[in-house]
Design a binder for this molecule. Structure first.
Ligand code: CTP
Ligand code: 5RP
Length: 440
């Protein structure tokens, strides 16, 4: 990964939840003087996923799942240190992920044979001086599974604030299915009243001294078979955890289908804003403006924002800050790819595509009556070369040829067809289609 321009920081997390700079609308935990750290157990083998790669390293849009979880935690500026526990054989892979995706404030420790042992190793790294790690004991520690990528700042804040008051806190969800207890002969012994029970999810937070003492005292049986940190705090420190209602997105990626669900959520989040760039602003009759209007009316759930490539890309910098990962570039006035090439250079210079694939649809209008199709196609075939080049930087370039007609009705029909194609390209982010020229 090549470094970006000076000051061109890594982009923010997309999604409907952040309006300004990361977490600007959320205050730091109750007392802003408290030091908060996080421990992420990531040393499992993902048996239930049924694939050779441990699920935390499985790719979603070509980036490992764990990187999304790290991103969700590191964007919270009041979390000082994030300790990740991975198996010895994955330590180097983990370090490369941290470097490649420019994660900050992360320390890596060796995982244990069970989740509880991995968490304990993370806590030890925070409590005791470690030769290669510069960590200090926090007042509050968050524990969060590396395979729950959609944790939001508001729930982290809620569990931390509750942990400061109660000693321990954890996110819960209503049960989806009823929990039943079977007897030894495989028959129903008893069932729990669903409305009176909750599913324990993550994140959880603890006063550090409470959870560390609990882990130091707990039995080998607890470390081997236990699945609930809140229970350890109760059993060994008599600390009754406060339960905080969490969102459905906190679920744990466990089975293969969960990877598909996670990918859909991520794609949905990064498809909410489309920037339309064109080589003229003044002329309202410009066909690019007509396309903009159709995009706005057909994709009314998406924010369509005009972008400018003039003034050394200042307009684009702003759009990058607004977490836009989709660009429609209209080439009309300039020669075939001039505007698209300008846009691609600016995107390549920025760090926008480090975390998510950026879609660029290069739009070209074409009047059958004026230019022979073969001649136009010959020029546009260059798109394949450009696409191959920018794919290396995680930019997905597609071409779209829209038939231009003097007949207004026909033109509107082509524009609507073009909009459908643009929406599909953005939604799918299909890397197999890069460099293809689609016709509307
Ligand atoms: N020895 C272990 C086992 C699990 N974990 C971590 O604990 C979290 C939740 O555990 P789980 O979903 O059970 O993960 P796996 O043990 O990997 O999955 P499976 O039970 O299907 O094997 C995961 O981030 C996992 O990597 C860990 O750090 N160390
Ligand atoms: O949901 C949880 C809350 O405590 C844990 O993630 C879960 O219990 C871990 O167990 P396992 O590793 O066996 O899935």
């Amino acid at each position: 990964m090549e470094p970006g321009p000076p000051g061109g920081g890594r982009p923010h997390e997309p999604g409907p939840f952040l309006s300004g700079p990361r977490g600007a609308d959320l205050a730091a935990p109750a007392s802003s003087l408290s030091v908060v750290a996080a421990v992420l157990p990531a040393g499992g083998c993902g048996e239930r996923m049924g694939v050779p790669t441990p699920k935390q390293f499985c790719p979603i849009l070509e980036r490992p799942l764990i990187s999304y979880t790290l991103q969700a935690l590191e964007r919270v500026c009041w979390i000082k240190d994030i300790v990740v526990a991975v198996t010895g054989e994955n330590i180097e892979a983990m370090k490369s992920i941290i470097q490649k995706y420019q994660h900050k404030r992360i320390s890596v420790v060796e995982a244990g044979m069970t989740r509880h042992r991995s968490i304990f190793n993370g806590l030890k790294a925070l409590a005791e001086e470690q030769p290669n790690l510069q960590l200090s004991k926090p007042e509050v520690v968050i524990i969060h599974d590396a395979v729950r990528p959609f944790v939001e700042e508001d729930v982290l804040l809620k569990v931390v604030t509750a942990a400061k008051e109660h000693g321990a806190a954890g996110a819960v969800r209503p049960l989806v299915s009823t929990v039943i207890g079977p007897s030894a002969d495989g028959c129903l012994d008893h069932s729990l009243e669903r409305a009176r029970h909750r599913a324990s999810e993550m994140p959880q937070a603890f006063l550090f001294d409470v959870i560390y003492k609990a882990y130091q005292q707990c039995s080998d049986y607890d470390l081997e078979f236990g699945t609930e940190c809140l229970q350890l705090a109760l059993k060994y420190c008599h600390t009754k955890a406060k339960l905080v209602e969490g969102s459905p997105d906190l679920w744990k990626v466990t089975y293969k289908r969960d990877l598909y669900a996670a990918e859909s959520i991520i794609k949905e989040r990064i498809s909410q804003v489309i920037c339309i760039v064109m080589d003229t602003k003044e002329n309202k009759e410009h066909v690019g403006h007509l396309l903009e209007e159709v995009l706005k009316s057909e994709l009314n759930h998406v924010k369509i924002t005009p972008g400018t490539l003039c003034h050394a890309g200042k307009g684009l910098q702003q759009i990058i800050l607004e977490q836009c990962y989709n660009f429609v570039c209209v080439n009309v006035m300039s020669s075939d790819f001039q505007e698209t090439q300008k846009l691609l250079s600016l995107l390549e210079e920025s760090n926008l595509s480090i975390l998510y694939p950026v879609v660029v649809v290069s739009v070209h209008f074409f009047d059958f009556k004026l230019v022979p199709l073969s001649q136009k196609m010959e020029n546009l075939m260059w798109i394949r070369e450009f696409a191959k080049e920018v794919k290396k930087r995680n930019i997905l370039l597609y071409g779209l040829l829209i038939c231009y007609s003097q007949d207004e009705q026909k033109l509107q029909e082509s524009l609507r067809q073009g909009t459908i194609i643009i929406a599909a390209l953005i939604k799918e982010r299909n890397s197999g289609l890069v460099g293809q020229l689609l016709v509307a």
